[in-house]
Design a protein around this ligand. Structure first.
Ligand code: 13P
Ligand code: SF4
Length: 315
């Protein structure tokens, strides 16, 4: 529940934007989905805000004509894979994920040749072309479950080496091969910054996204997806937290829990430019004029959908 005082603190411009977005959504039979890293005004305009897994699950059961996806392009692409009959839009079509761009299908084909008995587990932060040559997808929320569930004893984990290592530790019975991709936002967070934050705020639990480096995950009190981190905060009796993930999550926590205090160990680093590309004007333009529609070749869509569907079958 968003506290009423937060709404009262919003300026007139934001309130006008929110009421215009609300009106347009009804008129156009559109649903707005947003990731937790989006600017807070965009999160407020959304009908549903979630982590990558929740957003993928949610778009499957929507009854609207149009989905406006506020996130980075692989997320909007995933919505189109899952909902081909709907018009899917992303208000900033050039909002990219730096990690998704670190791998293409040729890297996977090479890894498959080197490890012919391994299954390819592909992090959802990847393009449709990369997914199309993978066996199963995962997100940070279900990666351990997915890796445990695949039949093969050998796993090629792409593209995030940090999430891959985190999963390998939890699934020691399998052999892992990694692609060297990473998220520059999380990977650039240095251990010293987290140690400094711990020294300044002793007793505050450290909550970390698994895209961070292994030594940061190792000293953390909890490692999980953005939703799982938010849930930890909501359920915890603690009053102070050190949050090792992108700043949008921290802004949301401040909005939801004004009685608690959140520390970002490195604000300059933990900022994803791709996620901050969508502005209020762009969202209105998309709702009003249909800017930024996502199109996918049907053959590619069918191939890229298979690993996503396999993932969604795992409960
Ligand atoms: P979540 O699936 O945990 O929301 O993470 C998405 C992401 O891009 C992390 O950098
Ligand atoms: Fe991609 Fe990293 Fe941004 Fe997440 S935070 S969308 S992994 S670049």
């Amino acid at each position: 529940m968003i506290n009423p005082a937060y709404f009262e603190s919003l300026g007139n411009e934001t309130l006008e934007f929110l009421s215009k977005a609300e009106k347009l959504k009804k008129e156009k039979n559109a649903v707005v989905l947003a990731h937790f890293y989006e600017p807070i005004e965009i999160q407020l305009a959304a009908d549903f805000v979630g982590d990558s897994l929740e957003l993928a699950r949610r778009c499957k059961d929507l009854e609207c004509e149009k989905i406006v996806f506020c996130g980075v392009s692989f997320m909007a692409e995933t919505a189109k894979l899952l909902c081909p009959e709907k018009c899917v839009f992303i208000p900033a079509p050039d909002a990219g994920c730096l990690m998704a761009d670190m791998i293409d299908e040729n890297h996977i084909l090479r890894l498959r040749e080197e490890h012919p008995h391994a299954s390819v587990v592909c992090y959802i932060n990847s393009t449709a072309r990369t997914k199309a040559v993978s066996d199963i997808c995962c997100t940070s929320a279900n990666a351990v479950k997915v890796a445990s569930a695949v039949e093969s004893d050998e796993i090629i984990f792409v593209p995030d080496r940090n999430l891959g290592r985190f999963v390998a530790e939890q699934v020691p019975q399998k052999k892992f091969f990694f692609h060297p991709g990473y998220c520059p936002i999380h990977d650039n967070l240095k251990l010293e910054k987290v140690l400094e934050a711990k020294a300044e705020h002793p007793g505050a639990p450290v909550l970390t996204h698994p895209e961070c480096q292994p030594e940061i995950c190792a000293l953390s009190d909890f490692v999980g997806s953005t939703s799982q981190i938010l849930r930890f905060v909501a359920e915890s009796e603690d009053r102070e937290f050190i949050i090792c993930t992108e700043d949008g999550v921290i802004e949301r926590m401040r909005m939801l829990h004004p009685e608690k205090t959140f520390f970002n160990p490195d604000r300059e680093t933990l900022f994803c430019e791709g996620m901050k590309k969508i502005t209020t004007e762009m969202l209105i333009d998309t709702l009003e004029n249909g800017v930024g529609e996502v199109f996918l070749d049907e053959g590619l869509r069918e191939r890229a959908l298979r690993p996503i569907e396999r993932m969604l079958e795992i409960k």
